[in-house]
Design a protein around this ligand. Structure first.
Ligand code: SF4
Ligand code: SF4
Length: 381
């Protein structure tokens, strides 16, 4: 890789270990130039482990992606860790088992760490208080292994958003309370990104099978057939989101992190003519349209507009009463009645959509106003 802003893209239709290994050896972990730097170092593999989902659900990073990286790293002397910080009330052991990570770690004798079990460190970046796991200080490098998905709140989730896992789980709820809408949350995430990006050696976005529609957990898996790799997480997200059909600079988090990295779209190099290979008909639905419309409305009337253009999570009869959402809500807006039924108090709800993100049964729908329905008839969430 010649420049930090280079994004390498490979078409791979299935989780074929040999093909992924060959791509990573060429693009990510060169035998002569990169691997020698990693000898005797401690390297954290940071997958997206959003919840207890089987790999075919396309919510979490596929274990074969980690397997390829581990096989290459185990050709040198280094310490490999796999870790994430489960949010809300998730059972980490169950997440590891369902996602295929426990089996993988046992097979290769790799240590799994829970980022929530470490001390919480705090720093300040331009007035933003940033809490992150002490493990960050104990590792030399991070290999960021993200998943290619739509995101109900942030529109798109890729490499940068995956680094939010360096924030311990309990602090995540505080941040959702503090930065309750996507713009404010993107500003905070950009400051977090600036704080932690120094140790990110490479980022990968697993888009062999990703998610469209109501991501990051309730959407539909789609065989996109792409692997994306870069040293620069913001460039990687720009290209990957563009290929999904987003106007990537309209996504706050991508625009702000590119500014933070000093990246201009025209300076992003690639081995692949991605501009000519935009993936057709990806269901990026209401999140894209809502943000595009709101961005065009002058500030003076946007508050009035948003009063008519609302969305809210609603618990449906698919609910299995597992209480994961109840324990994950940062503002305690979910109430349980005497019979164990759950209901969201709209007055308390800050629309962070964490409950929608964490519900393992897709039991929480996002309802929108009739005005929003008229403007966005094709959006199915
Ligand atoms: S809505 Fe989902 S997460 Fe909440 S209790 Fe029901 S099944 Fe569990
Ligand atoms: S009910 Fe859901 S969307 Fe509302 S604040 Fe709680 S977790 Fe966020």
């Amino acid at each position: 890789m010649k420049t930090k802003n280079k994004v390498l893209i490979k078409r791979i239709d299935e989780y074929d270990l040999e093909k992924i290994l060959a791509f990573f050896k060429r693009s990510l972990l060169h035998k002569d130039s990169v691997l020698p730097r990693l000898v005797n170092k401690t390297i954290l593999l940071k997958p997206n482990l959003l919840g207890a989902y089987a790999p075919e659900r396309a919510v979490t990073t596929h274990p074969v992606i980690l397997e390829a990286v581990i096989q290459i790293l185990q050709t040198i002397d280094c310490k490999i860790l796999i870790g994430d910080s489960p949010g809300g009330a998730l059972n980490y052991d169950l997440v590891l088992e369902k996602c295929g990570i426990q089996e993988l770690a046992s097979k290769y004798n790799v240590e799994i760490v829970n980022l929530n079990k470490y001390k919480v460190l705090n720093t300040n970046n331009s007035g933003y208080s940033i809490a992150y796991t002490q493990l960050y200080e104990e590792v030399d490098y991070i290999i960021n292994l993200a998943k290619y998905k739509t995101h109900s709140l942030m529109q798109f989730t890729g490499a940068v958003k995956n680094l939010y896992g360096l924030v311990p789980g309990l602090k995540k709820a505080d941040y959702h309370r503090e930065y309750p809408n996507s713009q404010k949350f993107a500003q905070f995430l950009t400051k977090l990104y600036e704080t932690v990006k120094g140790k990110v050696l490479f980022s990968v976005i697993d888009g062999i099978v990703g998610m469209e529609g109501k991501g990051p957990s309730g959407g539909n898996p789609r065989n996109f057939g792409y692997l994306f790799v870069s040293e620069c997480p913001s460039s990687l997200d720009y290209v990957a989101a563009s290929m999904m059909g987003f106007k990537a600079l309209d996504i706050d988090l991508i625009r702000l992190t590119m500014q933070a990295d000093g990246v201009l779209p025209s300076r992003i190099a690639s081995n692949f003519l991605w501009q000519e290979n935009i993936i057709p008909n990806v269901d990026i639905g209401v999140v894209k349209l809502r943000n595009r419309i709101l961005n065009k409305i002058p500030n003076s009337i946007s508050t009035i507009f948003q009063a008519f253009f609302w969305y809210k999570p609603v618990i449906t009869d698919r609910c299995k009463k597992c209480n994961i959402c109840f324990n994950s809500c940062p503002v305690n807006a979910i109430k349980i009645d005497d019979e164990g039924n759950l209901k969201i108090d709209d007055k308390l709800c800050i629309r962070c959509l964490c409950c929608h993100e964490f519900c393992p049964h897709q039991a929480i729908e996002i309802r929108k106003s009739s005005f929003a329905n008229k403007i966005i008839p094709q959006a199915n969430n």
